[in-house]
Design a binder for this molecule. Structure first.
Ligand SMILES: [Zn+2]
Length: 301
């Protein structure tokens, strides 16, 4: 009997042991599983952080891009400012060695007729055979349809005119091209017609003698607007689009060649419609210093 009790106790102990070990193992397994979960959870958190880091980096990239853009803009601003504040020395460097005649007794043929800065006036004229060799039709709106040589300008001036009229359009103003290049012989016909109609003295104030017209250089264009029926009249200067032109033409490399308060210097009546290409640097200089092209060359000669 004692032996039976002893065996029962031993078996019970063994059972308790087995149960204990089982519980222990389960606990360990659960702990391990929990630890895994925590680990996985940590890992996935780490993933989110990496994504956030990537986003942050991208944001930084954007900021860097923005900074780059800002720097570029600043550079552009600086350049524009440079153009705006060019010194007379710099302008002389740009226009090069240009000698012009200021002797009212005679008119002379211009030395460098292809110069973008050429002074064409009553004392400095283009040769009767001169025709620019880079004439093109600018891609702008004209007041008339069909082909005509007067649609043409020299290539660089044509590009600038496209930008000028686009700039006007962006400002809410519609300007159209009316008359650009004009050959010597065409100018001869126009001038003769004006002399016949109004006499020589009056004709000289509104039209150039052949050789003395900027239109022969391919660097000038007459522009107008619908408000005045695309005519070439002084009232353009009173219209919003005409005022825009006066204030902004130089930003595109053009000058109003015959201003209202300079008729005694230019020898021509006020022509708010006649823009002449001289490049942005010279145009800004003339605009800032309220000079005509004639006065500029007289000043530096
Ligand atoms: Zn004109």
């Amino acid at each position: 009997m004692k032996r039976l009790v002893r065996i029962t106790i031993i078996l019970s102990l063994i059972c308790i042991g087995i149960v204990g070990i089982t519980i222990l193992i389960n606990n360990r397994l659960e702990q391990a599983a929990r630890a895994d979960e925590v680990q996985q959870s940590n890992n996935s958190n780490a993933g989110v952080e990496e994504d956030q880091q990537d986003n942050l980096n991208e944001n930084n990239d954007n900021e860097i891009d923005d900074l780059d853009t800002q720097e570029n803009n600043e550079n552009i601003d600086i350049n524009e400012e440079d153009i705006h504040n060019n010194s007379i020395e710099r302008i002389i460097e740009i226009v090069g060695d240009q000698v012009y005649n200021f002797d009212p007794q005679k008119a002379l043929v211009i030395g460098n007729q292809d110069s973008l800065y050429a002074l064409v006036n009553k004392l400095n004229e283009l040769d009767s055979n001169y025709e620019p060799n880079d004439l093109v039709v600018p891609n702008v709106e004209f007041s008339f349809s069909g082909n005509d040589p007067k649609k043409q300008m020299r290539a660089v001036a044509a590009d600038a005119l496209e930008e000028l009229l686009q700039g006007a359009s962006q400002g809410g103003f519609r300007l159209v091209a009316v008359s650009g290049y004009r050959s010597y012989s065409r100018q001869k016909t126009i001038y003769a017609g004006n002399v016949d109609r109004m006499g020589e003295e009056a004709a000289n104030k509104v039209s150039a003698k052949p050789g003395q017209s900027e239109h022969q250089s391919g660097l000038a264009m007459d522009v107008s607007s619908e408000g005045i029926g695309y005519s070439l009249e002084e009232t353009l200067g009173d219209l919003p689009e005409g005022k825009w032109l006066v204030s902004h033409a130089h930003e595109y490399g053009f000058i109003i060649r015959y201003p209202k308060d300079k008729t005694s210097i230019t020898g021509y009546n006020y022509e708010p419609w006649h823009v002449r290409y001289v490049g942005k640097e010279l145009a800004a200089y003339l605009y800032n210093n309220k000079l005509t092209l004639d006065e500029f060359y007289e000043q530096i000669s």
